[in-house]
Design a protein around this ligand. Structure first.
Ligand SMILES: CC(C)(COP(=O)(O)OP(=O)(O)OC[C@H]1O[C@@H](n2cnc3c(N)ncnc32)[C@H](O)[C@@H]1OP(=O)(O)O)[C@@H](O)C(=O)NCCC(=O)NCCS
Length: 203
């Protein structure tokens, strides 16, 4: 893998970076098809809505393991992962997420619940490390930053012999993740949008 960007710094992120991580994930995924179907509106609206949800998720979930890539001190890429048994939020995190989602309006809340319900139903029952969200700032895509994050992630999986798992709503991301050993194990539409479930066997 070659990286076509200078001065990159890989950093571990904690809750103190929640605002930056949420903003990156909001803007980075605003054109993902499921986000368009759930949040509707234009990209700025979708970025704002998803950043709010993500900020709450990060504030309430200590279980997420987050790695970021910075350039000149700015966060430009992020990959979050949940340890085995930790991919669904606990009761109090769920309450706070519901409160945040409700503030986006009843129709959006209902679509968020449908999305979450479908993806949660596919969670493997076997122990697995659940990857996602993963995002790289749009103007820097295709330069190796996502691959850098994935290589490090699968290296950690292999070091402990863990099964990997993720969901995606982008066909091009399916190809991207396949390069790192993930294979499609399921597919289901969310609000009319095809989404895929991918598993990576333990090393
Ligand atoms: C998927 C993603 C994280 C890849 O990061 P990246 O830094 O562009 O990845 P790399 O440069 O290491 O690899 C690029 C490869 O990924 C694939 N890819 C997937 N989505 C892409 C996108 N939106 N733009 C460019 N390449 C993309 C391409 O096939 C590309 O292949 P190539 O190297 O032969 O050109 C990034 O495209 C992204 O943030 N997408 C939007 C958010 C998202 O959909 N995340 C995944 C679902 S959770």
């Amino acid at each position: 893998m070659s990286i076509h960007e200078p001065n990159l710094n890989v950093v571990r992120l904690d809750r103190t970076a929640a605002n930056d991580v949420a903003a990156l994930l909001g803007r980075g995924m605003a054109d993902n098809p499921v986000h368009a179907a759930v949040y509707r509106g234009d990209e700025r609206h979708r970025a704002r809505c998803h950043a709010r949800i993500t900020r709450t998720l990060l504030a309430t979930s200590a279980a997420l393991d987050i790695e970021g890539v910075e350039q000149a001190g700015e966060l430009i890429g992020v990959a979050a992962a949940a340890a085995p048994g930790r991919c669904q939020p606990g009761a109090s995190a769920r309450m706070r997420l519901l409160a945040t989602a409700s503030a986006l309006g009843a129709p959006t809340l209902s679509r968020l619940l449908e999305w979450n319900g479908i993806w949660a139903r596919h969670d493997p029952t076997e122990p697995h490390v659940h990857l996602g969200p993963v995002s790289v700032d749009r103007h820097l895509r295709g330069r190796g930053i996502g691959s850098l994050l994935l290589l490090r992630h699968v290296g950690r999986l292999d070091a402990v012999g863990a099964v990997g798992y993720l969901e995606t709503d982008r066909p091009e991301a399916v190809d991207f993740y396949s390069r790192f050993g993930y294979a499609i194990v399921g597919e289901e539409d969310v609000l009319g949008v095809p989404t895929w479930f991918m598993r990576r066997p333990a090393a």
